[in-house]
Design a protein around this ligand. Structure first.
Ligand SMILES: [Zn+2]
Length: 73
């Protein structure tokens, strides 16, 4: 059975509104190269277009990830 890949918070470029929004990225390994891709099924928080066609600009720092020490804002 396939391993469950947990998304990491990242900045994702939306090709529809050309804005950078926060979303989830998942690591994808192909031909020995590890790269990040947009977790399928997400929608842009600005224009509600599918982010599947977007691309990951960068991961947010570990402090922004949900797993590592959640603090009340
Ligand atoms: Zn958008």
């Amino acid at each position: 059975m396939p391993a469950v890949v947990e998304g990491l918070k990242a900045r994702i470029h939306c090709p529809m509104c050309t804005r950078t929004v926060e979303g989830l990225a998942v690591p994808a390994v192909s031909l020995g190269h590890s790269r990040l891709r947009v977790q399928p099924g997400q929608k842009c928080s600005r224009c509600h277009a599918s982010l599947d066609a977007g691309y990951v600009l960068e991961l947010l720092p570990e402090t922004e990830q949900p797993k590592s020490g959640k603090r009340a804002a």
